[in-house]
Design a protein around this ligand. Structure first.
Ligand SMILES: NC(=O)c1ccc[n+]([C@@H]2O[C@H](COP(=O)([O-])OP(=O)(O)OC[C@H]3O[C@@H](n4cnc5c(N)ncnc54)[C@H](OP(=O)(O)O)[C@@H]3O)[C@@H](O)[C@H]2O)c1
Length: 336
């Protein structure tokens, strides 16, 4: 009896995986989202995407380029970034984006060095950008690091909090003037559903005691949401909007610090291939919030699958959001 139950469960799992595999082979999910879209929707708009060389950032860049935007890729490794940019230019040329050949597409896609684990790098990046760019229509705070071992940023902050929250906090603040002068403009923040397991402990923001890599990631993603809501409050009446999203579970390089035993890797690859979203599927909400006329004027909201979603009360606590803002200002050295 027990053997029959196990066999039935295995057969059901296999059948489910095969069914998903067939859907994958047919490419139906990607095709549904790729097709259509006004190819000039983002014409004349400049978009900055952090971490645009990989995963969701790369997919977002590809789609916004296709919609006619000028895209600036803010990346920490110029080699990886140039490689991704070369491929994106090629794709754009092949797709006939705005009728351009790869060479002509060069000015439409710009690569700049930005290491969010270094406040010096963030400042240098912004100084250069402010000198060179007359406008910035969309800022997408996308870059992220996930469940790394305990490490510190150049400035001595715990890595996940430092990159995912503090680096983007400084970046956004330094670019706010340009975003305001380019209004109507948008800020899009990529968080995660895992924010639910995080907590803001103001006594130990650096996680010096009892570092827990999962908790620390969740906390940085909760910080992304609190930051978005406080910023939306501060931006009222400016015509600069800011919204935050979770992309779902997506097959990207994010899990690079997770050790999967050699024997379990084929199974993991099969499961992620069958069940995780592709980068293009995962990037849909970022693309939607960056470009859709439907969200014009919408600010301070949390989205998943291109729809507004409810937040837990801890992500809507205004006093925590204000305190986090004030402490973050001190941590990154913004003078009042
Ligand atoms: N994948 C998912 O299932 C999932 C789920 C929820 C939320 N998210 C969020 O989605 C965002 C994008 O992640 P992804 O899944 O696309 O992962 P990914 O493929 O690893 O991309 C992350 C990007 O962030 C960049 N980055 C990391 N540290 C950086 C730093 N110090 N300075 C500048 N850039 C840095 C990476 O650069 P390098 O290539 O040079 O390392 C890479 O370009 C993240 O914020 C992540 O938390 C992802």
């Amino acid at each position: 009896m027990a053997v029959a139950t196990v066999a039935a469960a295995l057969l059901a799992a296999l059948g489910g995986t095969l069914w998903l595999a067939v859907r994958r082979f047919s490419g139906s999910r990607d095709q549904r989202m790729q097709g259509g879209g006004d190819q000039s929707l983002m014409h004349g708009k400049t978009v900055l995407i952090t971490g645009a060389n990989s995963g969701l950032g790369r997919a977002t860049a590809a789609e916004l380029l296709r919609l006619g935007a000028r895209v600036i890729m803010g990346c920490r490794d110029l080699g990886r970034a140039e490689e991704a940019a070369g491929q994106l230019r090629q794709e754009l040329g092949q797709a006939g984006g705005q009728g351009q050949e790869p060479d002509a597409a060069k000015g439409q896609l710009v690569v700049k060095e930005l290491d969010l684990a270094s406040l010096r790098s963030v400042r240098n990046f912004c100084q250069e950008l402010l000198q060179e760019e007359p406008r910035l229509d969309v800022l997408i705070n996308n870059a992220g690091i996930f469940q790394c071992p305990y490490m510190k940023t150049e400035d001595g902050f715990e890595m996940q909090f430092g990159v995912n929250h503090l680096g983007h906090f400084l970046l956004t603040n330094l670019l706010l003037g340009l975003l305001k002068s380019s209004a109507p403009s948008r800020i899009v923040v990529v968080s995660s559903k895992l924010y639910k397991y995080g907590d803001i402990n103001f006594e130990d923001l650096n996680s010096e005691q009892n570092y827990n890599k999962s908790f620390s990631y969740s906390r940085s993603k909760l910080a992304n949401i609190l930051f978005t809501r406080e910023l939306a409050r501060r931006l009222e009446g400016t015509n600069v909007t800011v919204n935050v999203l979770h992309p779902g579970i997506v097959r990207t390089n994010l899990g690079r610090h997770i050790h999967i035993p050699l024997l379990a890797r084929p199974l993991f690859n099969l499961v992620s291939w069958a069940f995780f979203k592709t980068p293009l599927e995962g990037a849909q909400t970022s693309i939607y919030l960056a470009s859709s006329p439907e969200v014009e004027g919408v600010s301070g909201k949390y989205f998943g699958d291109c729809k507004e979603e409810e937040l837990l009360p801890k992500a809507m606590d205004e006093s925590v959001a204000r305190k986090l803002w004030d402490i973050s200002e001190v941590m990154v050295g913004i003078l009042k």
